[in-house]
Write a protein that binds this ligand. Structure first.
Ligand code: SAM
Length: 310
């Protein structure tokens, strides 16, 4: 069967009585060129182990299984099981795991020793950033990660300081990874078609942070600065002086790092945020980076409404 033919995918879905679920961000890729672009960006070879999140009806899974050594595909929608069993019948290098990726420890999906897996996924857009941070904060050392995401999210991931897209997501992702925008993907290649453009991004992780205190401080600084975007550094940080070891310590840090307190915090580069965190981090006892980012009910830029589904 040809999973890059929208008609055949529709017939397959009808046969298995499944419909695309908007609530799960189901926009299935049906374009051979884009699949090829994604696989090329992941530089797959027969030794590679790959994690796919959300196989859907399996078009990307098949492309990955053909190019890599082994694929672990995690899908939350159990109603897709019979369809995926049919599509993947001839591949003995694909392991399907049904469950919510956010509730799984990625480290349990691969052999404990000697594996440096890759991640390739057309992400469900309603939880793009939680999934990315869940993966990056796991103990797994990923080789590289290739994602298809909403274009607007990709723009924020790659944005340098000074752009209007530059924000907490840019700083956090760029502190974890080298990020590259591989290409823009139009709505026409999906079934059903989303309203907005998508983009392929490629992330190569940097070595993990050495200290959890610095890590936590970094999250707190980024979060604080971007929730008070218009304020200068001094006014932005004054609300958390006590958590950072006091006003004197913060002012000394700014001076030694050559950071003008009158400068807007939102202009700091990821490296400058990191340097400040390294200076003040020891004073901090707070939530982990993940908790700091995803406090439930928060209105922050990490929770974007799903604009993608029609
Ligand atoms: N990979 C397929 C493709 O490219 O055509 C489908 C991609 S579709 C945008 C996103 C997929 O992620 C859907 O199959 C959806 O059911 C699945 N999904 C949504 N939330 C998930 C979660 N929390 N854990 C795992 N899979 C999830």
């Amino acid at each position: 069967m040809n999973l890059t033919s929208p008609r055949q995918v529709q017939q397959l879905m009808a046969k298995h009585k499944v419909t695309a679920k908007k609530s799960l961000g189901q926009n299935f890729l049906t374009d051979a060129n884009i699949l090829r672009k994604i696989v090329t960006a992941a530089e797959l070879c027969p030794d590679d182990q790959v994690l796919e999140i959300g196989p859907g009806v399996g078009a990307l899974t098949v492309a990955l299984a053909e190019a890599a050594g082994a694929v672990v595909a995690v899908e939350t929608d159990r109603s897709l099981a019979p369809l995926l069993a049919e599509v993947l019948a001839e591949f003995d290098n694909v392991r399907l795991v049904f469950g919510d990726i956010l509730k799984l420890n990625p480290a349990t999906l691969f052999p404990p020793e000697g594996t440096v897996p890759k991640v390739v996924a057309n992400l469900p857009y309603y939880i793009t950033t939680p999934i990315i941070f869940h993966l990056l904060e796991s103990t797994v050392q990923w080789q590289l990660l290739v994602f298809l995401v909403q274009k607007e999210v990709a723009d924020r991931m790659v944005s340098p300081p000074g752009n209007k897209e530059y924000g907490a997501l840019s700083v956090m992702i760029q502190s974890f990874c080298h990020v590259e925008l591989v290409g823009v993907v139009p709505p026409t290649v999906f079934l059903p078609r989303p309203k907005v453009d998508s983009a392929i991004v490629r992330l190569v992780p940097k070595p993990k942070a050495i200290s959890p205190e610095i890590d936590r401080c970094f999250s707190l600084l980024v979060r604080t600065v971007f929730s008070t975007r218009r304020k200068n550094l001094y006014n932005s940080l004054r609300g958390i002086f006590s958590q950072l070891g006091g006003e004197k310590k913060v002012m000394t840090a700014l001076e030694e790092l050559g950071l003008d307190p009158r400068r807007r915090g939102e202009t700091l580069s990821p490296a400058e945020f990191y340097a400040l965190a390294a200076y003040c981090g020891n004073a901090l006892n707070g939530p982990t980076r993940n908790q700091a980012l995803y406090r439930k009910g928060d209105e922050d830029e990490f929770y974007q409404p799903d604009q993608r589904t029609t």
